[in-house]
Design a protein around this ligand. Sequence first.
Ligand code: PGA
Length: 263
Amino acid sequence: MMFARLLSPYRCPPMKILVANWKMELGVRESVALARGVVRGLRGLKEVPHVYLAPSHPALTDVAKVLGRSRVLLAAQDVFGEVQGAYTGFVSAKQIKEVGAGAVIIGHSERRMFAGETDADVARKFAQAVEHHLDPIVCVGEPAAVRENGEALAYVHDQLDAILASADVSKRRRLIVAYEPIWAIGSGVTPTIHDVREMHRAIRERFEEAGMERVSVLYGGSVNSENVYEFVSDSEVDGVLVGGASTRLNSLMELIGVVSEVS
Ligand code: PGA
């Protein structure tokens, strides 16, 4: 009840969402050029989905200048879970905000895998993002063995519980969750739309239980211009988080085109 009252001003975005996660694929100049291409490509379009570009940290400032007052949004790929201090090499939510990003990807499976991030780390990052008014784009998803054992829903449930326990959600401006089964990332293999739908429903239900009824749930993992329609045209899918296929202008614009058709 309390949650519902506190969160009532929040409304799900009417448009579908596309998050372009450029990972460590592009240099600063390449990121700037790609961002320029997107801004130009969207000029004159009436219906534009919510597009977030997520370059590497070194490119954030320059890409922010390119995006300027366009309708394209800027996201960072990660944030540290502490406010400030002697943390060499880490980047705080305040710093990310300062360079012009309005959102941040949190808990991507590559961070969990290569930087050893735990659910507790992800929860601290979530809390920092919320505290500093960055829209959190929280990634969850199961490894292949977990899916094979029929435990995918329980696994993701636990990941969500860690996040839900972590922050004063009343300060949250917008919450985006990306369901990204680890085995689908960069592999060319995708889950069936039936499995995606089932997981998205479960994610929504988990937030509803916590009194949060308007969470955007994206699908991520080997999304490309050929399969994107199947995902985004489904009413359970609020958008997509795209890695590889978002790093080239042609395919990114194709993806944006399809997402805007169904928005
Ligand atoms: P992919 O990456 O589209 O290259 O599979 C998605 C992601 O890791 O977010």
